[in-house]
Design a protein around this ligand. Structure first.
Ligand SMILES: [Zn+2]
Length: 67
């Protein structure tokens, strides 16, 4: 899996691993290992919060090359 913003390889297990829970029972992840964003029915993995912000602002821009 590659980051759609910067094409860096992402360790999905790291990005998706649980580091704890919030007081409301939501999953906490370590953003330094990557993060993810739900878009158009799919989860997209991003290498960092910075890339996630860019992706969230204009997802079509980064998904243009996708079928
Ligand atoms: Zn990235």
């Amino acid at each position: 899996m590659k980051c759609p913003v910067c094409s860096k390889n992402i360790d999905i297990e790291g990005a998706d691993s649980k580091t704890g829970e919030t007081a409301f029972g939501a999953k906490e992840i370590d953003p330094s290992k990557g993060t993810r964003q739900f878009h158009d029915g799919e989860w997209y993995f991003l290498c960092s919060l910075g890339c996630r912000t860019k992706f969230t602002m204009s997802p079509q821009r980064y998904l243009a090359g996708k079928a």
